[in-house]
Design a protein around this ligand. Sequence first.
Ligand code: SAH
Ligand code: SF4
Ligand code: F3S
Length: 456
Amino acid sequence: NWDDVSVSKANLKEIEKVMKNVYIETYGCQMNQADSEVVGAIVKTAGYDLTNDLYEADIIFVNTCSIRENAELRVKKRLIEFDGLRKKKNWLKIGVLGCMAERLQTQLVEECKVDMVVGPDAYRDIPELLSQSNKKAGISVELSTEETYADIVPIKLDTNGVTAFISIMRGCEDFCSYCVVPYTRGRERSRDPQTIIAEAKDLFSKGYREVTLLGQNVNSYIWNKGKEDEINFAKLMAMVAEVNPLLRIRFSTSHPKDISQELLDTIAKYENICNFIHLPLQSGSTRMLQLMNRKYTREDYMAKITAIKNTIKDCGIATDIIAGFCSETLEDHNNTLEMMRWVGYDSAYMFNYSQRSNTLAAKKYPDDIPYEEKTRRLEEIIELQRELSLQSNRKDVGKEFEVLVEGQSKRNDKQLFGRTSQNKVVIFDCKDFKPGDYVKVKIVDCTSATLFGESL
Ligand code: SAH
Ligand code: SF4
Ligand code: F3S
C-alpha cells in the first residue's frame, strides 16, 4: 500500500539497502518475453531481486513494443501511471526497454520522464546504468551486429513450468515495407547452436516439456555459413528434437519466402516437433504483397501451403493478416478473404494497418484507406476466421490427440488445459493429471476457440 510509505531521514539508509526490487512488465512479441528473462538474469546476477508485485518495486522496467501505434499508446499511458507512483516513492526508477526505447530514445525522457532508456542490444549495460546515482537519465541504445546474449541463462518469469521460449536469433533484415522491426532490432544474427541445445537440455531437466524457438524469421537461421559444419534452421530443429523425445519443439515465426522443403521433412520426421506452422500471409493479393516487399506472390504462398499439406500429416496452420494496407482495393481485400478460405487457417492474428514513421511504406505510399473502412475490412476478416476456426475445430470432434498439460483451466479448477501438437487448446477433467503430463484425450465438443475432451 503506497500510503504506508513514508520516508524519514532516519530510515533512508535502510531503504537504500533494500531498494533493490526490480519489477519487469512486458509488452509485444514472444521475443520480448524471452528478452525480459535475459534482463531478469542480468539484474539478478548484479545483486538485484525480482518481484512480481508492482508495489514492492524500487525499479520498474517496461519492455516495450512499437509494432503498431496502439501498442505504443498503451505503454505511454502506463508510464504516466508509473510516474504517479513516484509521488509516493521518490526513489523509484523507471526504465524503458525494447523496441520503443530503440525507436524513441531521448524522446521518452523528455515526454515520459523515464530514468533509463535501454535498447534491445544493450541490456548488459543495465547494472552500470542502475548504479549511476546522478540525476541524469541513463541511455544506452546502440544496436549490435553480434549480441545474442548466448551465454546468459534466462530467468523464467511468470512461468507455467512446462512451456518455454528459446531465442535463437535476433534482428531482422527483411524490411517488409510496413514494419519497424528492422529499425528497432537491427541486423539479423544467429545464436551459437551449442548454447541453444544447452538451454533446451537445462529446461528439460527442470521439468519443461515444450520449447518454442524464436526469431523474426527463423528460416534464415544460419551458423558457420558456407563452412563444412554449417547449421541451418532445419538442422538446428533436428538437433533440438534429439535432446529428448519427451520435449516438444515449436518455432515462430517463419517467413513464407524462406520456408524450405528440408524443414518440412524435418518436422514430418520427428514425432516431437509439433505439427504446426505459423506462416504469416499479410495479404492474399500479389499487388499488395509487392508493395509490402514480402518477396512472394499469391501463387508462391499457395505452393508452400500445398507442400506443407503434402509433407506433414494433420498440420495446423496459422497466419497474420493486415487489413487496409496502402491503396488496398476491395478486390485486393477479397483476394485475402479468398485465400483464407482456400488455406482454411486454424487460427490467425489480424490487424489494421498502422503506419510507422521511417518505414519504407511511410516514406513511399500514402496511408489512404480511411480508418472506418480498414476496420470494416478487418471485421470481415475476423468474422471469416471465426468461421474457419470453428470448422477446423468441428473436424476434430471424435478424434484423439496427445495433449501436453499446461495448467489449470481458468474457468473451472477441476479442469486442466493443454495443447495438441497442432497448437489447439483442449480442456478436460483433472483426474490425477498434472502440468507437464502427456494425456491422450478424445475430443467431444468445441467452440471456435477451444476443444473440450475426455481423457482416455
Ligand atoms: N517477424 C514476424 C512478424 C513480426 S510482427 C513475421 O514476419 O512473420 C507480427 C505481425 O504484426 C506481422 O506479421 C504483421 O501481420 C503485423 N504487423 C507488423 N507491422 C504492422 C503494421 N505496421 N501495421 C499492422 N500490422 C503490422
Ligand atoms: Fe517485420 Fe517482415 Fe521482419 Fe517480420 S520479416 S519482422 S514483418 S520486416
Ligand atoms: Fe513489437 Fe519489437 Fe516484437 S516491435 S512485435 S516487441 S520485435
